[in-house]
Design a protein. Structure first.
Length: 307
């Protein structure tokens, strides 16, 4: 049996972050997993299903919304700074360390898409992380922009981002665009049908809006988490990669995996960027459970006493 409770903790700079804590029915201190979502998504975008599977396998699981999104606080609303999200994730690990149900020596992280990139950075720079799963991760913001934006449209996009930056320098609020839209007349971060279906799915009880600041896209284009992949070792790394990923790009992910050092494992699944949440959920979640089990259950500390 798994219980889910709402929790909150202080992120970087005192911003209140909120999320769910999933606790297995156990009298022992448990290994724990910290999770968060990708670009402009909230925890209700399919993460409860993963968290429940992990908790049923015996892990304490924390899922939090990023600052400026979902149940968490912050401003500007719907604004993404990848480095602030990484800093907040470090605070989430500290929060887990303080839970009476958690063995602080056995904490892993799970990230997907944009936060899959964050997981690479965090695992390379925070040795409290004992195991990492990076699912369909962002590897190179520069390459994603270069590949996904048509060459004829790139100058207009760059001009739009620069004009937005100038307006902010003059004291105006950041401009926004849609997260997803099939209408070519509506500026949007994603237009792929599978992205539109994923972000637009019914979200019971969630606070989510189909808009994101333009400066979030500007920051994403400069974000290069793949640089950190060779520095993760000796922390065990599992990468879950979709073989037709046109969002974070399959070949970039496979090339990054080749640069990672042991211990590592690659799970290549059929489908697009969003299939791990649905069509390939069993394979993606099962591989993660096996990886966390292999590297967290086998490292019990002397503090793993009964509560």
């Amino acid at each position: 049996m798994v219980s889910r409770t709402e929790v909150e903790f202080a992120g970087e700079g005192g911003i209140t972050l909120r999320g769910w804590l999933f606790t297995p029915d156990s009298t022992n201190r448990c290994a724990a997993i910290s999770m968060c979502h990708g670009f402009a998504a909230v925890k209700e975008h399919g993460l409860e299903r993963f968290a429940t599977v992990f908790a049923e396998a015996g892990f304490v699981v924390l899922v939090h919304d990023h600052r400026n999104f979902g149940a968490s606080d912050g401003a500007p609303w719907q604004d993404i700074d990848p480095w602030a999200q990484v800093a907040d994730w470090r605070r989430a690990i500290t929060f887990l360390e303080t839970r009476v149900q958690v063995d602080p020596s056995r904490i892993g992280i799970w990230g997907t898409s944009y936060s899959g990139g964050h997981a690479l950075v965090l695992a390379a720079t925070d040795r409290r992380v004992k195991c990492v799963v990076s699912q369909v991760p962002t590897i190179s913001g520069f390459e994603q922009v270069r590949r996904r934006v048509p060459p004829d449209a790139l100058p207009k996009l760059q001009l739009t981002l620069m004009e937005d930056m100038r307006r902010q320098h003059l004291g105006e609020k950041p401009g926004t665009q849609a997260i997803v839209s099939a209408d070519m007349n509506v500026p949007a971060a994603y237009r792929a049908p599978e992205a539109i279906a994923f972000y637009s799915q019914p979200l019971v009880g969630a606070s989510w809006e189909n808009n994101v600041t333009l400066r979030s896209s500007f920051a994403a284009g400069m974000y290069e988490p793949g640089v950190w992949v060779s520095r993760i070792s000796p922390t065990p790394l599992l990468m879950v990669v979709a073989d037709d990923d046109r969002i974070t790009l399959t070949d970039l992910e496979l090339e990054a995996y080749e640069r990672a050092l042991e211990p590592k494992r690659l799970v290549l699944i059929k489908g697009n960027h969003f299939d791990p949440y649905e069509a390939q959920f069993d394979m993606a979640s099962g591989a993660a459970v096996e990886w966390f089990g292999s590297h967290l259950w086998g490292n019990k500390s002397s503090d793993s006493r009964e509560l």
